[in-house]
Design a protein around this ligand. Structure first.
Ligand code: COI
Length: 356
């Protein structure tokens, strides 16, 4: 289907090519996989002799049953988004940050990784090859999922002899079924997401498998997701299954400091800067569960969840509500400031967006 993203008016005639969009219903995107046209694949060996990557039709891949990723979890993933602007152009948000984080994680997981330039170039090529899947303005975004995995065969425990860097994309809407309404979290008392010295600070695939049990149980009880406490004291906030957490008290914004067990979120880092630019005091430190329960506002950040306000937290059977069911003032301000930048609605003074 050929649609115009927006009626062309005299004031905006700079780029008027009709924009081809995939023929789907753009009004009800959730966060589920919608197969798109192309994926990017690059294979390389341990000595980092990269063969060149290529775009292929999106589809299943062949993998040795004995691959490092399937047997020993030698794998990482990333997540970033592309937004379409009113003029039809496409914006990426801080893709170099994802590239750097993948390199950091690869070091921890004993994997070679693409350079920042290779990563960003591959992301751009994948998005452009799938550009008819980038939702129209206001309808969502194109979620970009880079993977890095030990694809070579092993039997004894060792780093794989061959690696695959792959990128696929899917149009998405809101992550939580609540949409932009506040979510309800439960604090997990039995399981932990990460331990000191472990891999909680990198985006390795096993961190996400490890939270499924608690998350599934929480969802069955009607909660949106689970908030984890530190494994040593069982007292300090870590993060939610798929996002970082912030608390607001008396206009001071606080979030758990990065110390190896918490994923260094790019949205987290961006929200800290956006908050400071808006004049807020923002602290990265230990945040206790008691402080959380006494906060004025709580919100989560992540690429998938963006800035999601928290409406309630349940801890040891007690439920504490925030913001009288509405979105807190600070959360709303940060959400608007961040997403206006990501969508190209305001001038990008930070130099965070990359136009395709
Ligand atoms: C993201 O926000 O991109 C993530 O990686 C979280 C994922 C569980 C959806």
């Amino acid at each position: 289907a050929v649609n115009r993203v927006r009626d062309v008016t005299a004031a905006s005639t700079a780029r008027v090519e009709p924009i081809e969009l995939a023929d789907i219903n753009w009004d009800n995107l959730g966060f589920g996989l919608m197969p798109t046209d192309y994926m990017y694949i690059m294979k390389f060996s341990r000595d980092e002799s990269f063969c060149h990557g290529e775009l292929q039709r999106f589809g299943n891949i062949e993998l040795s049953p004995s691959s490092g990723v399937l047997n020993y979890g030698q794998g990482l993933f990333e997540g970033l988004k592309a937004y379409r602007k009113d003029d039809g152009s496409i914006l990426l948000f801080r893709p170099e940050e994802n590239a750097l984080r993948m390199r950091m994680g690869a070091e921890r997981m004993c994997m070679p990784a693409p350079s920042v330039e290779q990563f960003v170039e591959a992301v751009k090529r994948t998005v452009l090859a799938n550009k008819r899947w980038v939702p129209p303005p206001g309808k969502g975004s194109l979620y970009i999922r880079p993977l890095l995995m030990g694809s070579g065969a092993v039997l004894g425990l060792a780093p794989a002899p061959e690696y695959t860097f792959l990128i696929y994309v899917s149009p998405v809407g809101n992550y939580f079924k609540e949409g932009l309404s506040p979510i309800n979290l439960v604090i997990e008392n039995e399981f932990h997401r990460a331990t000191p010295g472990g891999t909680g600070g990198v985006k390795t695939i096993g961190n996400y498998a490890a939270v499924l049990k608690a998350q599934t149980a929480a969802k069955a009880k009607g909660y949106s997701d689970v908030l984890y406490l530190d494994a040593v004291h069982k007292r300090y906030l870590e993060e939610v299954s798929s996002c970082n957490v912030f608390v607001v008290k008396d206009e001071v914004i606080s979030t758990p400091a990065i110390k190896g067990t918490i994923l260094p979120g790019i949205t987290r880092k961006s929200v800290i800067d956006v908050g400071r630019n808006q004049g807020y005091q923002v602290e990265e430190r230990l945040v206790s569960v008691e402080e959380l329960l006494e906060a004025d506002e709580v919100f989560c950040t992540g690429t998938a969840v963006v800035v999601s306000p928290v409406g309630s937290i349940t801890y040891l059977g007690e439920r504490v509500s925030y913001g009288n069911k509405g979105v807190g003032v600070v959360s709303q301000k940060l959400y608007t400031a961040l997403t206006s930048l990501q969508k190209g609605l305001v001038e990008d003074k930070m130099g965070w967006t990359m136009e395709l």
